[in-house]
Every structure is written in structure tokens, then in C-alpha cells.
Design a protein around this ligand. Structure first.
Ligand code: NI
Length: 128
């Protein structure tokens, strides 16, 4: 095992909404992704999902019991989507993000709207 530069990891691929697994911690993945535009509404029924914005600005729309709202995460912000909460990340101007979630977690969750072509339904790809 060697240290991993997140900048180099992000520079190694271009695909949007297609996370790379940079390392694992016990049974969790640390994943990075480049994002722009809209993801898809989905929910993870069995796990929270942690986001850290490395660059740019990420918006996460949430459907909560009290109604729908959108949280805005500038660079350097963290947010955890609670398990079971429908959410849709978007990045109007583009962003680079880091996610921390159990290995095997699908990007589109256990429930989701129809997945558009630009969204990769994956449990994360190995770094090239
Ligand atoms: Ni999610």
C-alpha cells in the first residue's frame, strides 16, 4: 500500500457520475467522483451516505417528511444523507466529491427513478 494523491486519482479519469474507489476502511469504500449536471433520485435503504466536496459546489435535493429541500455544499463541506432518505445530487457548475459508504453500495441506491444514460449505476470502479 502506498499513499494516494486525490488530485492524481481525479486526473486519471474523465467519466462523470462514475466513482473510483481510492481506498477502503474496514468494510467501507472511500470513493471519489467527478460530477456535473443531475444525478437521479434514489435512496439507500440500509446505509447513510457521506459526502465531502473537494472542489466546486454540490447540491443535494432531499425528500424529507417535512417536504423537499436542497442543501448546498461549497468546497470543503461535508454532509451525510441519512439512510432511507430519497436524494438527488446535482452540480450545475461541476464538482469533485469524495464519498464514504459501505463497500457494495450502489450509486443509484436500492430504489431509484429511471437511470439516465449519463449516470453510471455501479458499486465503484477500481482506480486505473
Ligand atoms: Ni446516494
Amino acid at each position: 500500500m502506498e499513499p494516494i494523491s486525490l488530485a492524481k486519482a481525479l486526473a486519471s479519469f474523465d467519466a462523470l457520475w462514475s466513482p473510483r474507489v481510492v481506498t477502503t476502511v474496514n468494510d467501507y469504500d472511500v470513493r471519489v467522483a467527478k460530477v456535473e449536471g443531475e444525478h437521479v433520485w434514489h435512496a439507500h435503504d440500509h446505509t447513510d451516505e457521506f459526502f465531502l466536496v473537494l472542489d466546486g459546489e454540490l447540491h443535494i435535493a432531499l425528500r424529507e417528511p417535512a417536504g423537499e429541500r436542497t442543501v448546498v455544499l461549497p468546497k470543503g463541506s461535508v454532509f451525510t444523507v441519512p439512510r432511507g432518505t430519497e436524494h438527488r445530487p446535482t452540480a450545475p457548475e461541476g464538482a469533485s466529491i469524495l464519498m464514504f459508504e459501505p463497500s457494495g453500495t450502489l450509486t443509484v441506491g436500492d430504489r431509484h427513478d429511471e437511470v439516465p444514460d449519463h449516470v453510471d449505476a455501479t458499486t465503484g470502479h477500481a482506480l486505473g
